[in-house]
Design a protein around this ligand. Structure first.
Ligand code: FMN
Length: 192
């Protein structure tokens, strides 16, 4: 396979774009299909597909935010109105959010850790797919990835949990690069 300069440049410079800077237009229906197709083409030991995806788009973004605010109010009696408004806007302004659910298969020959890593790979692949189609994306978890009631409300079933929410839209800003670890700090060569 010849060196692909466009791809190399993308991987060397890619940066997530924060949710606040993702706007309309979002992906068309065919773009969404393509993003999902690319995003779910991930390493998956044993082909168990130990993940499911939930799309939050259109008016459902508002409803999901309202329900998150209700859960936040139950969790934190006395929560102030400004904090509730932040919860109501958890799926705004990005036109599309894809929730990635880790759905481990019991008695699979692939250890659960491998299945979890496959689900994480879906999150990053969805980001790459969004950028490849001309959009921008970010992968976040937020408190509701760790709250049982919120996870159920957003679509997780027994034994499942969210591993990420990938927000996708058209970027309204270009983030500055951030520092990356020096290779010397994170890479060693094994010697016996
Ligand atoms: C699993 C995971 C969960 C994350 N959750 C959050 C989050 O809840 N809130 C947040 O502000 N950033 C979160 N981040 C960080 C964002 O993805 C952040 O934009 C990212 O570190 C930017 O990296 P990049 O510039 O290499 O794309 C999370 C990152 C990962 C890998």
């Amino acid at each position: 396979m010849p060196r692909n300069e466009t791809l190399v440049n993308y991987f060397k410079t890619r940066r997530s774009v924060g949710m606040a800077f993702l706007s309309e237009p979002g992906p068309s229906a065919s773009d969404v299909d393509e993003i999902l197709t690319i995003g779910t083409r991930v390493p998956d030991h044993g082909k168990y597909a130990p993940w499911r995806l939930v799309l939050i788009e259109g008016h459902a973004r508002v409803r999901a935010g309202e329900k998150l605010a209700e859960i936040a109010r139950r969790n934190r009696p006395g929560i102030d109105e400004q904090s509730l408004e932040i919860e109501r806007r958890q799926f705004l302004p990005a036109p599309l959010t894809i929730g990635v659910i880790f759905s481990p298969k019991p008695n699979a020959k692939a250890p659960e850790l491998e299945q979890l890593l496959s689900a994480g790979s879906v999150c990053l692949s969805l980001c790459h797919a969004a950028f490849a189609l001309g959009y921008a994306a970010t992968w976040v978890s937020r408190w509701f990835s760790f709250d049982t009631a919120a996870q159920q409300m957003l679509g997780a079933r027994g034994g499942e949990r969210f591993v990420g929410f990938v927000h996708i839209g058209t970027p309204t800003a270009t983030p500055e690069d951030r520092e990356r670890p020096a290779l010397a700090d994170v890479v060693t060569r094994w010697q016996d």
